[in-house]
Design a protein around this ligand. Structure first.
Ligand code: UDP
Ligand code: MN
Length: 312
C-alpha cells in the first residue's frame, strides 16, 4: 500500500475484546493467531484497540511483542480497561440483559456482550468508524476489503453486519411465527413469501455479531439512536416478537433488522463466514444447510462455538 492512502484515511480502527484468560486459554491462542493473521493480511496500517482486564493485559502485551518480532512488523495498539468500558454502557446493559443474556447479571464483564452498541462512548473522539472483531476469526483476504464496505453504507446505517448462518432466530421466533405470516427467521435464499413482510421480503436469518462495522460519527450525532437503546424500546420490540434470546448484542441487531432495517447495512456472508453447525444436530437437520450456505467469496472465517478453522 502507499502512504498517501493511509494519510488520507487514517481510520483503520480494529477493536478486540480479550478478557478472562490465562496463558493456556484457547482464547489466548485465538488472539495470537488473529493478530498474526491480521498483520500479514492487511494492506493498511491498523490501529488496534484492545479491551482487557489486568491479567489479560499482561498476557496480551507478551503476545503482541512476540508477534511483532515474528512478523517483523510494528503495530499501533492501545488498551482499554474492561471495568471502565462496562461502566460507560451500564444503561445499555440494564436495558438488554433481561432479554438477551443467558445467565444475567453476575460479572461486570457480561456487559461486554453489549459493548458494540456503546463503543462510540469508549472510543477516542478522533475515531470516526471502527470494526469490532471476535478473536475466533481468520482472514483469508485483506482486512481492507472489510473497511471498503463502509463506502456502501446507506446514509441511515449505523452498523454493518453479515447474516447469522443458522436457524437460531427461526427457533426464537417460534411463538410469533405461529400467529404471524412473516419472512423473519426464514432463510434468505427463499423466494418472496408474503407481501406482509416488506422488510427483507426474501427471508431474514438475523445478524451475527462476530464482525461489526460501526459508524461512530453517525451514532454520536444521532438523537434517534439513544432512543432505540432505551429499556422502553427494548421492551416494546421483545414483547412484539415474543423474543427471548441469549446471544447479547446480536439479538438486539436482529430485532433492529425487523423494526428498523434502515439502521443496518447488510454485509454479504463472505465477510463473516460462520462455521458452527450446532443447530444441525439440534432439531434443524432438514433445513440447516439452507441457512448455512454461503456463495460469496470468503474474506473472513469465523470459528464460532469453538469450531476449528480449516487453514487450507
Ligand atoms: N471473549 C473474551 N473472554 C471470554 C469469552 C469471550 O474476551 O472469556 C470475547 C472474545 O473476543 C471472543 C468474543 O468475546 O471472540 C465472543 O466470544 P466467542 O467468539 O467465543 O463466541 P461465539 O462466536 O462462539 O458465539
Ligand atoms: Mn466468535
Amino acid at each position: 500500500t502507499n502512504a498517501s492512502t493511509i494519510t488520507k484515511n487514517p481510520d483503520y480502527n480494529i477493536w478486540l475484546i480479550f478478557t478472562k484468560v490465562s496463558t493456556k486459554s484457547p482464547l489466548t491462542v485465538k488472539f495470537e493467531n488473529l493478530l498474526y493473521n491480521l498483520l500479514n493480511v492487511s494492506s493498511v496500517l491498523l490501529n488496534f484497540n484492545i479491551i482487557v482486564d489486568e491479567k489479560s493485559k499482561s498476557i496480551a502485551l507478551l503476545k503482541l511483542t512476540e508477534i511483532m518480532v515474528k512478523a517483523n512488523k510494528s503495530m499501533n495498539y492501545k488498551f482499554y480497561d474492561v471495568q471502565d468500558c462496562a461502566r460507560k454502557i451500564t444503561d445499555i446493559y440494564d436495558a438488554m440483559m433481561p432479554f438477551f443474556s443467558s445467565k444475567p447479571g453476575t460479572y461486570y464483564s457480561d456487559a461486554l456482550f453489549y459493548i458494540s452498541l456503546g463503543l462510540y462512548r469508549v472510543a477516542p473522539i478522533k475515531q470516526k468508524r471502527a470494526i469490532l472483531l471476535d478473536c475466533d476469526l481468520y482472514f483469508k483476504k485483506d482486512v481492507a476489503l472489510l473497511f471498503e464496505e463502509f463506502q456502501w453504507f446507506k446514509s441511515t446505517a449505523f452498523f454493518g453486519l453479515a447474516p447469522e448462518l443458522t436457524p437460531v432466530y427461526k427457533h426464537i421466533l417460534h411463538m410469533y411465527k405461529r400467529k404471524h405470516k412473516t419472512t423473519f427467521g426464514e432463510f434468505y435464499h427463499q423466494r418472496p413469501l408474503s407481501p406482509s413482510s416488506p422488510n427483507h421480503p426474501k427471508g431474514f436469518q438475523g445478524y451475527n455479531s462476530g464482525v461489526v462495522l460501526v459508524d461512530f460519527e453517525k451514532q454520536r450525532n444521532s438523537t434517534e439512536f439513544s432512543k432505540i437503546i432505551t429499556k422502553e424500546s427494548v421492551i416494546n420490540m421483545t414483547e412484539k416478537y415474543k423474543f427471548r434470546g441469549h446471544l447479547g448484542d446480536q439479538d438486539f441487531y436482529t430485532l433492529l433488522g425487523y423494526e428498523y432495517p434502515e439502521l443496518i447495512q447488510t454485509l454479504n456472508c463472505g465477510f463473516n463466514r460462520q462455521l458452527c453447525t450446532w443447530w444441525r444436530d439440534h432439531g434443524y437437520r432438514e433445513i440447516f444447510d439452507y441457512y448455512f450456505k454461503c456463495d460469496h467469496p470468503i474474506v473472513v472465517l469465523h470459528g464460532n462455538c469453538n469450531t476449528r478453522i480449516p487453514m487450507d
